[in-house]
Design a protein around this ligand. Structure first.
Ligand code: BGC
Length: 410
């Protein structure tokens, strides 16, 4: 059909053409790549190709450094994966498109969990699109190895240590762990919850209160971390969280502690979860729900206008897409109105536990995974904890002093 000049002009006004959308993210594991396929297909349904800018490094610290460098150089990606309080910090810089139009259209005020609203909305409306809600205080258990060692699923840390010691004697890796600061710091968060409870965790690692950091509970949590580092080989270069998951899935490791992106990877390798690998709350944290949330920000640039951002945000806010993305990712949806049939039983448990935890004020943001403190304090604390974990010479007292001084100076 011949198009008139006026027709073409009107079409270009209502639907600006997008050659592609550049997306900066840190989703590089097998499960994450499968979820990205879902995202790519969703955009392609609307004739928008996705141009990936993956930055290696779970937890996203490196990706955030790259994002800052690119912003300083005036070369922002169109869309970026982001977490927690940095959303509002990026918005304050003034280079983030609003997604309020999408929020209104999709009735986010009523459909999202209040937590998703709090993280993604400012006084002027929505500035980011929430996508996943991950639980971090999960313990993943290799059932075959557990049976072989004639053990029950540990519910407490003393039981966990007994199990890990028995595994070590049988030449089985007791705990598969990524040899990265954020991985060790995530493990530490679960130890802090177990040592002092949810309220103590919040005061010490979210509010960074000196009198809570300088405490017996914190000393105890550090000693527990030292016990773990003595039990496992702490010098495994190249071991990321997803290579650790491979050790768990291939019957080399008994346990892994960490977020449910691990579930995404297990499902992507056709591991039967929860039959082969079970999901249980980390010892002594069963009522707590330690979370992080992935969101997307849309970055203003001459070739990525507000109108184009609205178009992409609207496509990614689609309820069916949000459901499918989370199903594959291992996480749970950020909206209240998504039916979880077809999701893995671990996701259903995560969802039920989340609702229960919210009711009882036991849902807590992960400091380590960017949901609580500013990025400078976060990275400094993570690397101190990692240093303690790798170096037996570092004392608990030194560690506490360091964390307090980071808390006071950032
Ligand atoms: C993100 C997850 C991601 C994980 C590992 C976390 O910070 O929230 O989406 O799967 O890092 O890469």
């Amino acid at each position: 059909m011949k198009k008139t000049i006026l027709g073409l002009m009107l079409a270009s006004l209502s639907a600006p053409t997008l050659a592609d959308v550049e997306f900066l993210h840190w989703w590089t594991s097998q499960g994450e790549i499968k979820s990205l396929d879902v995202l790519e297909k969703q955009l392609l349904k609307h004739d928008i190709p996705l141009q990936h800018s993956p930055i290696l490094g779970g937890g996203g610290d490196t990706a955030m450094t790259v994002l800052q460098a690119r912003a300083l150089a005036g070369n922002t990606p169109d869309v970026a994966q982001i977490e927690g309080p940095s959303i509002k910090a990026w918005d304050a810089v003034g280079i983030v498109h609003s997604v309020n139009e999408t929020g209104i259209k999709h009735n986010w005020d009523n459909n999202l969990y209040p937590l998703s609203v709090a993280i993604n909305k400012t006084d002027t409306g929505y500035v980011a699109l929430p996508i996943t809600l991950h639980r971090l205080n999960w313990m993943w258990v290799n059932h075959q190895l557990l049976a072989q060692l004639e053990l029950d699923v540990p519910k407490t840390w003393p039981e966990m240590f007994t199990a890990m010691e028995k595994a070590k004697q049988a030449n089985i890796i007791p705990l598969a762990i990524g040899e990265e600061a954020w991985q060790v710091a995530t493990l530490f968060e679960s130890l802090v919850i177990a040592a002092g409870g949810v309220d103590f965790y919040y005061k010490s690692l979210v509010e960074l209160k000196s009198n809570h950091i300088d405490s017996d509970q914190m000393r105890f949590a550090l000693k527990q971390l030292r016990k773990i580092s003595n039990l496992i080989d702490t010098q495994q270069p190249n071991q990321n969280w997803d290579t650790a998951t491979k050790a768990l899935a291939s019957n080399q490791a008994l346990f892994q502690l960490g977020g449910d992106w691990i579930l995404g990877d297990l499902m992507a390798s056709d591991i039967n979860v929860p039959q082969q690998i079970g999901c249980y709350p980390a010892p002594q944290s069963h009522n707590a729900f330690l979370y992080n949330m992935d969101s997307f920000i849309f970055m203003a640039a001459p070739d990525f206008t507000q109108q184009q951002a609205n178009q992409v945000a609207d496509i990614l806010a689609d309820k069916a897409f949000q459901a499918e993305f989370n199903r594959v990712k291992g996480s749970i949806p950020v909206r209240t109105d998504i039916d979880l049939s077809g999701f893995n039983p671990c996701q259903v448990k995560s969802h039920n536990d989340f609702e229960e935890a919210v009711k009882n004020q036991l849902a807590i943001p992960s400091m380590t995974d960017s949901m609580a403190v500013n990025p400078v304090a976060q990275q400094a604390i993570n690397s101190e904890i990692f240093r303690y974990y790798r170096n037996a010479e570092v004392t608990e007292e030194e560690m506490l002093r360091r964390i307090i001084s980071i808390a006071q100076s950032t």
